[in-house]
Design a protein around this ligand. Structure first.
Ligand code: ZN
Length: 235
């Protein structure tokens, strides 16, 4: 297998895994930076994540234009990916999701914070991108480079940014780690809501705890990745 084929297989697996884990449904996407050219990335044509196959992957430049004359319809929100790859040389994979537990934290003044060790990558308070603050009234989608760049700026050096009235983005140095972060962002949001509903005070991981937990979990992400691939029929 070439490196490109390996990364393409990871993108396919990531799409199917996150669909099975209810982080993606008919919408959302997973991409990877092209292993042979850092100024390009791999992203499916406009298709439901659970159905994505390697042959669906298109190659885009960092302006989010398809290359090689590929005329298949792309995702409207491909600019999320292109602008994050441009802004973050350390990022090699991006997930965009509308998963339900996260949405309240993108709408509320209550910030998403790491409630357990699995989501240590959420260290601190997760930032929220409000497209209206930059672009006025829109249909909420990230449809062009300027909107993608504003989202990437809000992300900063973090692994996750929420999007008001829309969803979130998770990114990482590899597809398995970006998938891990997307899944545990959804889990954290659900658990945090339950902790708040108990009515007492909530103690989150402090920044140092979160960073230590995140560093540990990065070393073992291959374990859930192997399981998740098996669960979607990929080895
Ligand atoms: Zn979206």
């Amino acid at each position: 297998m070439t490196r490109r084929e390996e990364v393409a297989a990871d993108v396919v697996a990531g799409n199917r895994i996150l669909a099975r884990l209810n982080v993606l449904d008919g919408f959302g996407h997973v991409s990877a930076r092209h292993p042979d050219d850092p100024n390009r990335f791999l992203l499916s044509r406009s298709r439901a994540p659970e159905l994505v196959e390697a042959s669906d992957l298109m190659v885009f430049d960092l302006d989010s234009n398809p290359v090689d004359g590929d005329a298949r319809p792309p995702y409207l929100e491909r600019f999320i990916h292109g602008e994050i790859y441009r802004a973050r040389p350390d990022v090699n994979a991006v997930v965009h999701s509308h998963s339900p537990s996260v949405i309240p934290f993108a709408a509320s003044s209550v910030r998403l914070r790491p409630i357990f060790h699995m989501s240590g990558f959420l260290a601190g308070e997760t930032r929220v991108f409000d497209i209206r603050a930059h672009f006025g009234c829109t249909d909420m989608l990230v449809r062009n480079r300027a909107q993608g760049a504003a989202l990437a700026a809000e992300l900063g050096e973090a692994g996750v940014v929420l999007m008001r009235g829309h969803g979130f983005v998770a990114c990482a140095k590899s597809v398995p780690l970006a998938v891990y972060r997307a899944y545990y962002t959804e889990q954290n949001a659900s658990l945090q809501r339950q902790a708040i509903a108990l009515g007492g005070s909530v103690t989150y991981l402090d920044t140092d705890e979160a960073r230590l937990a995140a560093a540990t979990n990065e070393t073992v992400v291959a374990r859930p990745w192997e399981l998740w691939k098996r669960q979607v029929g990929l080895d």
